[in-house]
Design a protein around this ligand. Sequence first.
Ligand SMILES: [Zn+2]
Length: 298
Amino acid sequence: MTKKTTLKVIIITLAALLVLGAISTGIYYYRDILFSEDVLSRVLDEGGISIHFIDVGQGDSILIMTPDGNMLIDTGTNSSEPVLKSYLLELDIKSFEYLVLTHPHDDHIGGADMIVKEFDVENIIMTNSDEDIEIYLTLLSLIDEYDVNVIEAISGESFSLGELTSTVIAPNKDYGEYDEVNSTSVVLKCEFGECSLIFTGDAEADSELEMIEEYGDFLDCDILKLGHHGSKTSSSYEFLEITSPEYAIACCGTDNTYGHPAAEVMYRLNLFKIELLRTDKDGSIVFVCDGEELTHIK
Ligand SMILES: [Zn+2]
């Protein structure tokens, strides 16, 4: 082989490797959704639901797809809007029966403007917050402009989406009575047949204690979305004991500067033998429920 031919072979091999690398990266990037797309449509056809803890980095966004429509709990940050939008479009989602905004912080309502503008939103469930931060005020005027129905989240009230029943279990005091905006988070217990889930927003230990006092054993569930991204100020020993979930989910960003989920929380989860799944390590996390069995599919 001449020097020229050897060089050619090296260049062609390198180019082939590059193309292969690009293809496999592409497959890896979309694997999250492609993997489960068939399963998801079959679940809906058979009357089941799917629950998606979407990987939006350091923020929350949870999608519940039911045969009777969709519900979205929080919308990630403003900068994660493209990720959220492409996830929803891949699943061919065009509308939401309910958009729940747990509390007015950027990592929960940051993408809400995009959702209101680009999807058909029937109802927004939120508290009567008097926060005067810009992102929240802008959202309020957008909700007005798009004429979306707003339902105030009141503890004890329920709303339905077909067979899925969601009950507001927090906040249990008026907005101004909390020291932290996090603890004003709307917390939902969702029930579908035998499957039950609790979504806590960023509720902290004080709100957890109020829920225990108010709802007791009703807090028992299969999946608990850990409060405040797995921070040590949430997921108290008492709350984990009474909710006694099989799975706990931490929605947090890779190498986040807050150290979420906290070592203390992981220790408590270990004590109760609760399996921890986390979006920073697992990417988007998906469960399905047929009304009897809850299955972790991704
Ligand atoms: Zn948060």
